[in-house]
Design a protein around this ligand. Structure first.
Ligand code: G3P
Length: 221
C-alpha cells in the first residue's frame, strides 16, 4: 500500500452514492492523476462494482462482514466485495463499529480474499489493540471531531502522536488520521506529526467544489 495516501470516504452522503458517487470517483481520479498523489476512495458496497469499472484508483468498501459463504442474509461477503472490484476495505469506522472478535475475523476474511484493510480506531488504546491483528493501515479518528470544522491535527495532535507511538510498539503499520480535515494546512500538520496520510469525508464529499478541495489536500500531502 503506497503512502502517503488520502482516502476519501464517501459515507452515505447523497453526493457520494449512486450516480453522484461515480461523478465524485472520477473527480478523485482526476486529482490523483493531476497531482500524482495516492488517492483512494471508500464507497458503499452497492456502488463498488459500478465505480471500480469506471476508475483506476483503489476502491475500498466502507465495511465488510466476517461471515463466510453460505446461509446468511443481508451481509457484505468478502468474496463478493473482492469480485466486484474492490482493492480493500475500511473496517471499524466509528459509524460502524465492530466487536473485537468480529473485527479480527473481518480482517482475516479480507486477507483471505486479497483485500487490503484499513482499520479505524476511536482512540490510541483501541489502535494499539487493533495493531495486534496486523491490518495494512490504522486510521485514528476521534469521533467527536468527525464531520466538524476543526481537524484532528489541530484539536488533538497528541492523539496522533500517541497512536503512532503505541502502534509502533506492536507492529510496523502506517497510521493515518481523520476527522475534520478541511485544508492543506490540516494535512501538513498531520504529516508533520508522523501520520502517513489522511481519511477525509465531508471536506470533499460535501464541498461546493470537490475537485478544488481535494487538490488543496493532495498538494499538501
Ligand atoms: O472516514 C473519515 C471520516 O470519518 C472523517 O469525516 O467528515 O470529518 O472528514 P470528516
Amino acid at each position: 500500500m503506497k503512502t502517503p495516501i488520502i482516502i476519501v470516504n464517501f459515507k452515505a452522503y447523497k453526493e457520494g452514492t449512486g450516480r453522484n458517487a461515480v461523478k465524485l470517483a472520477k473527480i478523485c481520479e482526476k486529482v490523483a492523476k493531476k497531482t500524482k498523489k495516492n488517492i483512494a476512495i471508500a464507497v458503499e458496497e452497492v456502488d463498488i462494482r459500478n465505480i471500480s469499472s469506471k476508475v483506476k484508483i483503489p476502491v475500498l468498501s466502507e465495511h465488510l462482514d466476517s461471515i463466510r459463504e453460505g446461509a446468511h442474509t443481508g451481509n457484505n461477503l468478502a468474496e463478493a466485495i473482492k469480485e466486484n472490484g474492490a482493492w480493500g476495505t475500511l473496517l471499524n469506522h466509528s459509524e460502524n463499529r465492530l466487536r473485537i472478535d468480529q473485527l479480527e475475523e473481518s480482517i482475516k476474511r479480507a486477507r483471505e480474499v486479497g483485500l487490503k484493510t484499513v482499520v479505524c480506531a476511536n482512540n490510541s488504546e483501541i489502535a494499539e489493540a487493533v495493531a495486534a491483528f496486523e491490518p495494512d493501515m490504522i486510521a485514528i479518528e476521534p469521533p467527536e471531531l468527525i464531520g466538524g470544522d476543526i481537524s484532528v491535527s489541530t484539536a488533538k495532535p497528541q492523539v496522533i502522536t500517541d497512536t503512532i507511538k503505541k502502534v509502533k510498539r506492536i507492529a510496523n503499520i502506517p497510521v493515518l488520521c481523520g476527522a475534520g480535515i478541511k485544508s492543506g494546512a490540516d494535512v501538513k500538520k498531520a504529516i508533520k506529526l508522523g501520520a502517513k496520510g489522511i481519511l477525509v469525508a465531508s471536506g470533499i464529499v460535501k464541498a461546493k467544489d470537490p475537485e478544488k478541495a481535494l487538490t488543496e489536500l493532495a498538494d499538501a500531502l
